[in-house]
Design a binder for this molecule. Structure first.
Ligand code: NAD
Length: 217
């Protein structure tokens, strides 16, 4: 499939399409119209058509979308048709919580966890061992590591980011609240749960302000 330049907004919506289509597949739904999909996803049917047209459509007039095909094509666009090996650096509260989550179901296999705290040495989370940081370079040299999840304190994150680039890591899922300052050769996705919470706070307040205003009428 030929891909042209896709806007970041469309790319951001793809995981949601992928998730909904995955649920439909699990429920043995074979095909779906853009109208039905739009009702479920609360996105307009025309938005769905426009989004999917970026990748050549996938739909047939009067037939709708073939769920399995669309799910697998979006999966390919997102790079989910291949397995990725992932390690976590920082086995504290967040690192262990993430390690306990099954990212394997979207193709990210956790193969190692690293920390500097000697009390964690040899401890396993979901059967995956926590190694000490002095093992990291050797581990990366002897295993295919595609993605590093970074859950260390902010003050350690930048230095670790540099080191990861030096040893050849090209994708970092960064939870530390700081910019990593690595080169453009490294793909970094920052996750800030606080920002999502702040947006919720904004929307919640806006909703209440509206309620109060309409109550006053
Ligand atoms: N992005 C988000 O939404 C979000 C949410 C919560 C926490 N955080 C951030 O995630 C990070 C971890 O938070 P937490 O609550 O799990 O903290 P934590 O203190 O429980 O865990 C941090 C772990 O990192 C380890 N560590 C410290 N220096 C290290 C190094 N040089 N190499 C390897 N491991 C090292 C510590 O031993 C500890 O186990 C923090 O930066 C925090 O601000 C981000």
């Amino acid at each position: 499939m030929k891909q042209r330049e896709i806007s970041a907004a469309v790319i951001r919506r793809l995981p949601r399409y992928y998730r909904y289509l995955g649920e439909l597949l699990q429920n043995d739904v074979v095909r779906i119209s853009s109208k039905e999909l739009s009702n479920r996803m609360r996105v307009t049917a025309s938005q769905i058509r426009q989004d999917l047209n970026n990748f050549g459509g996938f739909g047939q007039q009067g037939y709708g979308y073939n769920v399995e095909y669309l799910h697998s094509e979006i999966g390919k666009i997102l790079g989910l048709d291949v397995q990725h090996n992932m390690i976590i650096i920082g086995a504290g509260n967040l690192g262990q919580a993430l390690a306990n989550y099954n990212f394997e179901k979207v193709g990210f296999n956790l193969i190692g966890i690293f920390d500097t705290n000697p009390r964690l040495k040899g401890v396993s989370v979901r059967g995956i061992e926590i190694y000490m940081m002095d093992m990291l370079d050797e581990f990366v040299a002897t295993h295919q590591v595609d993605v590093v999840t970074l859950t260390v304190p902010k003050r350690q994150a930048v230095e670790i980011g540099h080191h990861l680039e030096e040893i050849g890591i090209r994708a970092i899922w960064n939870f530390a609240p700081t910019d990593l300052n690595v080169s453009e050769d490294v793909c970094v996705k920052n996750v800030h749960l606080n920002e999502s919470l702040m947006t919720l706070s904004y929307e919640y307040r806006a909703m209440h302000t509206q309620d109060e205003e309409s109550g006053r009428d």
